[in-house]
Design a protein around this ligand. Structure first.
Ligand code: HEM
Length: 524
């Protein structure tokens, strides 16, 4: 973004300067003693240019490093089914039909680095920042509606197993299934991930989901459990493994380009936001815990209600400033939206702003992409890279504390009756009661089309057949508990694969080895 304030020079519009505003008269040669060197150290232009270059990168996100983003707006419908939405939430952005709130969305893949292929089997991130009149709301979701685990203590292990091996720096399917086979609650997510749903065709044609259970709070202070879902108006499209491999050979940036080009061509992608609502509490009528992020709330039990739509109509001006430095977090809520007791959600809420203070810096919320579009007035001062003071218009600049009689900031009015859930219990480390780890995995398997089931089995067999036999056994046991046919087909597929391998030559001579050998021979 160009800073147009205080431009006092009368230099040419296209004149190159350094960051001190000095005109750069020679950008081709460092200063040297004679034209053969040595170079001189007082060469400010060179030092300034190269030292900024040396710092061009900040740490990548520890997960979701590869992403693409776009600006747009959210438009509310004002209703929830037949009722005014205010019966369920007092959040201002949802109240009025037609009310628009600016948004920024970042889509991402999860496991690999910043320039990795967008064709890989991986969940996709779908994070939305709503710049509301009450401050920012971040809905940090994925394309799939459930997650691998329900306890945040397991997250670093889960990610380590999926990330490259710490010795070889190569992702290893055996490490993935080693972890997953010991985490029965992951069976449901694995069922989605190894089906065609594990490789969305692009970002425009995929769903989004908040995954975790949140709360809505109405003006009476009454709370409801809610789940959020984005449904693409463009339709949904996934890729088979083969389709993804063909595409990857030609273009592994396809999802970023698809989003960018569509918006550039005026073909703006659109999603409808649906919400499911359950009464606050344990909901004993369900055979799972409504706070368990490994579970779906089936539509037939908890209907989806449309509450608004989102259109993305503007590409970022600068990738780094907007897409790289944007910072989303599950703790970023506005009045009328609240947390549930979902343990995974609470663990996430610490992790996001913690990593962003490290990744972007202590004042990451002052960057234009992260700053709310409403007035900000705090008593926080200083910190690395602070560049303006978030001071109230009439605030006495000497008073950066509260309370005060000397013209400081005052607490805001409470916007409504506070939601004050009652909790009691012994402090302990224990699993939830209704774990029910396999039933929904089996149900998902049965609800898939024949094509989806065949792809799922093929992908699982291809990947599991290279794993240690003990891991294969455990995975087959988990799939069998989900659905006996599911387990049987994976078992038979692996046995068949072993037969084929035994009859196709000595172990270790794979087609890839042969191809490499041939290529080497040809190059001599
Ligand atoms: C990114 C932690 C589970 C969706 C991240 C980041 C961290 C993190 C540290 C990097 C943030 C940054 O550098 O700005 C965790 C932890 C989890 C968890 C500790 C569980 C305990 C989930 C789940 C979802 C999810 C269940 C889906 C609902 C995302 C998305 C991003 C992300 C979309 C990328 C945001 C962006 O585009 O900047 N997560 N995560 N995460 N996470 Fe999670």
């Amino acid at each position: 973004m160009v800073n147009e304030e205080n431009v006092i020079g009368n230099e040419r519009e296209d004149e190159l300067t350094n960051r001190q505003g000095h005109p750069v008269t020679n950008n081709q040669h460092v200063r040297t003693v004679g034209n053969r060197g040595p170079t001189t150290l007082e060469n400010y232009d060179f030092l300034e240019k190269i030292s900024h270059f040396d710092r061009e990168r900040i740490p990548e996100r520890v997960v979701h490093a590869r992403g693409a983003g776009a600006h747009g707006y959210f438009e509310a419908y004002g209703t929830f089914g037949e009722e005014p939405i205010s019966n369920y939430t007092r959040a201002k952005l949802f109240q009025e039909k037609g009310k628009r709130t600016p948004v920024f969305v970042r889509f991402s893949t999860v496991i690999h680095g910043g320039h990795s292929p967008e064709t890989l089997r991986d969940p996709r991130g779908f994070a939305t920042k709503f710049y509301t009149e009450d401050g920012n709301w971040d809905l940090v979701g994925n394309n799939l509606k459930i997650f691998f685990i329900r306890d945040p203590l397991k997250f670093p292990d889960l990610v380590h197993a999926f990330k490259p091996d710490p010795v070889t720096n190569v992702q290893d399917i055996e490490r993935i299934f080693d972890f997953v086979s010991h985490s029965p609650e992951a069976t449901h997510m694995v069922t989605f991930l190894f089906s065609p749903w594990g490789i969305p065709a692009n970002y425009r044609m995929m769903q989004g989901s908040g995954v975790n259970t949140y709360k809505w709070v109405n003006s009476e202070g009454e709370g409801f459990l809610v789940k959020y879902h984005w449904e693409p108006k463009q339709g949904i499209r996934n890729l088979t493994q083969e389709e993804a491999e063909v595409l990857q050979a030609k273009n592994f940036n396809h999802a970023t380009l698809d989003l960018y080009d569509s918006i550039e061509n005026g073909d703006y992608p659109e999603w409808e936001l649906f919400v499911q609502v359950l009464p606050d509490g344990e909901n004993p009528q369900l055979d799972y815990d409504p706070l368990d992020p490994t579970k779906l709330w089936y539509k037939e039990d908890v209907p989806w209600q449309p509450v608004g739509r989102m259109v993305l109509d503007r590409n970022p001006e600068d990738y780094y400033n907007e897409v790289e430095q944007v910072a989303f977090g599950t703790g970023v809520l506005v009045d009328g939206l609240d947390f549930s007791d979902d343990k995974l959600l609470q663990g996430r809420t610490f992790s996001y702003s913690d990593t962003q203070r490290y990744r972007v810096g202590a004042n990451y919320l002052q960057l234009p992409i992260n700053a709310p579009k409403k007035r900000v007035a705090t008593n926080q001062r200083g910190g690395q890279m602070e560049y303006h003071v978030d001071r109230g218009e009439h605030q006495n600049p000497h008073v950066n504390y509260e309370p005060s009689t000397l013209g400081g900031l005052d607490e805001a009015e409470n916007p409504g009756v506070e939601h004050t859930p009652y909790v009691e219990g012994n402090v302990k480390r224990e699993s939830i009661d209704r774990t029910n780890d396999f039933a929904q995995a089996g149900e998902t398997y049965r609800r898939f089309t024949d094509f989806e089931r065949d792809e799922l089995i093929k992908n699982l067999v291809n990947n599991l057949s290279t794993c240690d036999e003990r891991i294969q056994q455990q995975m087959i046991e988990n799939f069998t508990k989900a659905d006996p046919e599911y387990g049987r087909r994976v078992k038979e597929g692996i046995a068949q694969m072993n037969n084929d391998m035994n009859s196709s030559g000595p172990i270790g001579t794979t087609k890839t080895d042969e191809a490499v050998q041939q290529a080497e021979e040809m190059s001599h």
